[in-house]
Design a protein around this ligand. Structure first.
Ligand code: FAD
Ligand code: NAP
Length: 338
């Protein structure tokens, strides 16, 4: 375990910003984390974990200690005729885990194929896509509170999962470091293919029953056509969350904008796609220098080459103001800004 100084995070954030961490350390065991946290030299510095940096925007260099977890085991710990329980290290690349589940015919996370990042980060914002959320497959989340030094296993209920949210993104942000996640996956077929164009994509395969691998393939095809590859264009996925509004606000907006798409949630709220709001304000595919929005999805802010973090921040503030002015809706960042 080597603690490096003035470490470039360029390879650890998908915006590709060349920001530096004052200290950077890779760890593969809880004992190593404890050792670093106890070290008086780093006591007064802020600390955070970085996975692949696919949901992070650093405004400046980070004057603190950045941990990166390299524990990359996928262990089946229990099973019965219906379910399998799998313990996965935080350092595992999320899509490698999905690939493993599909190869073994375990159902539950296939709709979350190709989401960038690590397993350790997956509970943070309860990653979701194409009608599924990771919370639907999580049993428990294990790690360490770096303030108290105590290890804890959070049950599903204790994780307080919500829409792109969890206790780890709020109350315990940068306090609880996730080291391991336990998943419960089904051995029985439970396809979830009603979202958007999944069914249409599957029908191209012209079969009646679709395998897990068909579904994964369909999701990957859809994602590749619509979303920018961070290897080619710097981005951190959806920059903003989809706003949820109450009924009276929704009805008055729908009168003014009859084309406005929406989805109702179980708590009676109306979810409006933030990408649509931004597009209506004329921002789709627009650039200011090398900072801009993606041509196929206005919700994704991109570094098209040599943008600086402050240019991205300026662009995001301008977009937020346009949406506020036109719709009276304040959209909030989904990306974690440090
Ligand atoms: P990072 O970006 O490194 O970290 C994100 C946050 O989690 C930070 O606050 C960090 O401190 C914290 N964190 C990371 N690891 C840990 C840990 N082990 N313990 C405690 N805190 C930790 N997200 C979706 O939900 N659905 C999508 O469909 C989706 N599609 C995307 C598509 C693209 C092209 C991109 C670039 C991003 C997309 N995202 C999506 C966002 C992103 O992939 C997820 O949020 C992912 O979980 C981030 O993983 P990461 O390892 O890169 O986390
Ligand atoms: P899309 O399919 O064009 O849909 C636009 C928005 O409408 C999405 O944000 C989605 O909400 C909502 N939506 C569409 N159909 C829905 C349905 N049947 N029920 C409820 N909500 C519905 O979105 P996209 O940009 O191509 O992304 C596809 C999926 O990948 C989405 O689920 C999206 O969340 C996910 N994704 C997430 C990120 C990220 O960084 N968070 C980045 C890229 C893609 P939801 O977002 O709630 O699904």
């Amino acid at each position: 375990m080597e603690i490096q100084k003035n470490f470039s995070l360029k390879k650890y954030n998908t915006f590709n910003f060349d920001v530096k961490a004052k200290y950077f350390v890779q760890v593969s065991a809880l004992t190593e984390i404890k050792k670093v946290v106890k070290n008086i030299e780093y006591k007064n510095f802020p600390k955070l974990v970085i996975g692949r940096g696919s949901n992070i925007l650093f405004k400046n260099d980070y004057n603190g200690l950045v941990f990166n977890f390299t524990n990359d085991y996928i262990d089946v710990i229990d099973e019965d005729s219906n379910y399998v329980y799998i313990k996965v290290g935080a350092g595992v690349i999320w899509d490698k885990f999905v690939e493993f589940t599909v190869a073994n015919n375990y159902w539950g996370v296939e709709n979350l194929s190709l989401i960038p990042g690590t397993v350790g980060a997956s509970p943070i914002q309860n990653i979701g896509a194409y009608g599924k959320e990771v919370k639907d497959s999580i049993v428990s989340v294990y790690g360490i509170n770096i303030v108290t030094g105590k290890e804890k296993s959070f049950s599903l209920e204790e994780c307080n999962f919500g829409y792109r949210n969890s206790i780890f993104k709020n109350l315990l942000k940068n306090i609880f470091f996730i080291f391991e996640v336990t998943f419960k996956l089904s051995k029985n077929q439970i396809p979830s293919i009603t979202y958007g164009s999944i069914k249409a994509e599957l029908e191209k395969l012209s079969q009646k029953e679709y395998s897990l691998s068909d579904i994964r393939k369909a999701i990957i095809t859809i994602r590749k056509a619509k979303l920018p590859d961070p290897e080619k264009i710097g981005n951190a996925g959806s920059f903003f969350k989809n706003p949820e509004i109450g009924e009276s606000r929704f009805l008055s907006l729908k009168k003014r904008f009859p084309q406005m798409p929406y989805y109702t949630s179980i708590d009676g709220k109306y979810k409006i796609p933030a990408g649509w709001l931004i597009e209506q304000c004329g921002w789709k595919g627009k650039r200011i220098g090398d900072a801009g929005t993606y041509s196929e999805q206005a919700l994704i802010l991109c570094n098209f080459g040599n943008a600086k973090p402050n240019q991205l921040i300026e662009l995001s503030n301008t977009i937020k103001n346009s949406v506020q002015e036109k719709f009276g809706i304040s959209i909030m960042e989904e990306v974690n800004i440090f």
